[in-house]
Unconditional design. Structure first.
Length: 248
């Protein structure tokens, strides 16, 4: 039996570049390898990194970063289609505003703001995820989904994709938490914040993702309704996604 491809690609300029392949989905059928990738931003790729990604045959990148983030780290892959699905970052600005108002910031503040940010993915940014799923139903793979760190906006997007493909909750959580193993935070990121706050911002916790799914339950009733009413992904579309991205 041949070995599975590596899930994590050890790139010098994108530490959190990972493959969603191999997880068992609907009816136990595994997700096809080398079709859907997730990553932090692609603005610091080395020439060797670019060669590796070109060898994957990437067609598309779906960039969830805001306007300023995109401008400061432009994708190094010039020969793929880049689609901007902008979700503006709010966490650091919110924490800095609290600090400016005299709040002595702690890790608890950071956790609270992170959870609020994940709730906003559902309550303020569902349109971006709806557009992403519309693209996933088209012939755009192999593809990569990314934001700045590849852990929050990307983490929620990939959790939704894995749910749509029928992956079990515990495996979705495992994939989400791999960021804590692979992501290398850029030294300059939010260096004005306290160390314990920065540590929270540079990692993921299951409670962050849970906050988004709690918002789905509160606002839509359940995940099935969110797929149908929020994302435009009903039973027929989910079957099409599974046909495209799961092994036969």
């Amino acid at each position: 039996m041949s070995e599975s491809p590596a899930r994590h690609l050890n790139l010098a300029g994108a530490s959190n570049f990972r493959d969603l392949g191999g997880y068992p989905g609907k009816d136990g059928r595994p997700i096809r390898w080398r079709q859907i990738f997730r990553s932090n931003h692609l603005g610091q790729l080395t020439d060797a990194d670019v060669d590796i990604l070109r060898s994957l045959g990437l067609k598309s990148a779906f960039d969830l970063r805001g306007a300023e983030e995109r401008a400061t780290a432009i994708c190094c892959l010039s020969d793929i289609a880049v689609h901007s699905l902008a979700i503006e970052p709010t966490v650091v600005a919110t924490l800095r505003a609290r600090g400016a108002n005299g709040v002595r910031l702690s890790s608890s503040d950071a956790i609270e703001v992170m959870r609020d940010s994940y709730r906003s993915y559902v309550r303020a940014n569902t349109a971006s995820f709806r557009t992403l799923f519309a693209h996933l139903l088209e012939d755009r793979a192999p593809l990569v989904i990314h934001c700045s760190a590849g852990k929050d906006r990307t983490g929620f997007a990939c959790a939704l994709i894995l749910h749509a493909l029928g992956v079990r909750d515990e495996l979705i959580a495992e994939d989400y938490l791999l960021t804590n193993r692979f992501y290398r935070r850029e030294p300059s990121a939010s260096s004005d914040l306290p160390d314990d706050v920065s540590q929270v911002l540079g990692s993921v916790q299951t409670s962050f993702l849970a906050a988004a799914f709690d918002a789905i339950s509160t606002d839509y009733g359940n995940l099935e309704c969110y797929f149908t009413d929020g994302l435009g992904v009903g039973a027929e579309q989910r079957a099409l996604l599974q046909a495209r991205y799961l092994e036969t």
